[in-house]
Design a protein around this ligand. Sequence first.
Ligand code: ME8
Length: 527
Amino acid sequence: MSESKKFYITTPIYYPSGRFHIGTAYTTTLANTIKKYRQARGYDSYLLTGLDEHGQKIQEVAISKGKTPQEHVDEIAEMAQELWKTMKIENDDFIRTTEERHTKVVEKIFTKFMENGDIYKGEYEGWYCTPCETYFTPTQLVDGKCPDCGREVKKMKEEAYFFNMKKYEKRLIEFYEKNPDFIDPIFRKNEIFNNFIKPGLEDLCVTRTSFDWGIKVKSDEKHVIYVWLDALTNYITALGYMSDDKTRFNKYWPADLQIVGKDIIRFHGIYWPIFLMALDLPLPKKLLVHGWVMMKDGKMSKSKGNVIYPETLIERYGLDATKYFLLKELVGGQDGVFTPEGFVERFNSELCNDLGNLVNRTIGMINKYFDGIIPSKPKKLTNLDNELEAFINKKIEVVEKEMDDSHVVNALDEIWKIISRANKYIDETMPWVLYKEKKTEELEDIMYHLVEVLRKVTIMMRPAMEETSDNIFKQLSISDFELKTWESIKEYPEILKNLKIIEKGEPIFVRLDVNEEIEFLKREMKK
Ligand code: ME8
């Protein structure tokens, strides 16, 4: 496989503070979908996720549970990996910042920064937000409170090490000017560029003395390396940077896509590129920033009683319905909202009515009209067929472009347009009338095209919804690898003929009782 055919994709490493909610599941699902797409396109794609296990907040959570920080993070690490297994996330590695392969390299990176004069010792005074573990300057505060979480901040002063951000300011600006698409979407880039980069960078405090759950500065042990320097470097330590075996690092770095929520864009859009510049390493190719999954009454929080966990949705509605909802809800880097009503509505209309109906009608008709045997490609195409094929070919191009840009929600929208078009094709051609009138050739033609549309749709949605895709393939009795490849969606193969469709397929999504399910979800949110 050639060098250019690799695709390295990362999620943030999450804090192991407690159970993961659907927000965390969203980022990981999105990353996994893009990984599966790249794989389908022949890339050697590599997905990294993991946990950010150090810091005061984690230490406090552990103490409140009567555990040591290590015991606590071990427990959450198990839970997180269990969840990703349930969600069929195919991460290639799971990095934990307490692992030696990480801590040793962070020590080396810190030493290198010291030697190069990028880090110096000074005194820090500022407004500190304990939950966010971040200092703010007075101008960054919003109404005197933390600009990120809105909570109280405390004025604090401590001896600390600083990273000389100013030294790299010019280079960072030049980088953004040369790479205006680095952050996607552009409005998120403008936000950080105009609000944080242009006004001038502050040096960043990279150590703390107020807690000890972290990687110590080797030469000055009362200082602990502050979580962001520790955390951000996971993307390279996981690959073996500065270790004995750099094979994966040499193969996969720079990252092709780093996905983060809007809450941590500053760290990934400013500090991370600068750390990489200081290490003389290439920068990631793209930072994809998404909004938050919100609830009607704002952010998800246990105290508000509005949290929904992925396991709840998966157990009741299946993995693919859960993933589909999440992937569809966040559009163009903006926030999305989870409501029980919205979830049930999307399930019934898009999964049952649109996709489910196309599958059921197609399979039902082929069973009824042709004893389940898929007819072969017609010799002569009607105007309607030509129009349908042209429509689909065009849509395929758009889906590819959107997936290449990692805009999964747009790609799904386009795939669903094909589904609607195919359902309309059934209404326009009225196969039941042709059957009555014994117009067999025409009927064969329509059935062939319906199976073809379904086959293509099934291939295109597979990166996002693997279980459903495999189920449809099974119902269509398509097992031949050649008929499932991404490349094959650009063809109308003849080999479909004589495939025997399974006689009575289970409906892929069963319609939900609206009131009952809304009640169920509301109860779950209050638990
Ligand atoms: O920030 N909607 O960890 P974290 C969508 N450890 N995405 C959400 C979300 C929501 N409601 N809530 C969380 C950290 N996320 C650091 C990261 S990286 C070097 C260190 C997702 O556990 C989203 O991707 O707070 C967000 O950026 C991330 O989880 C924050 O996870």
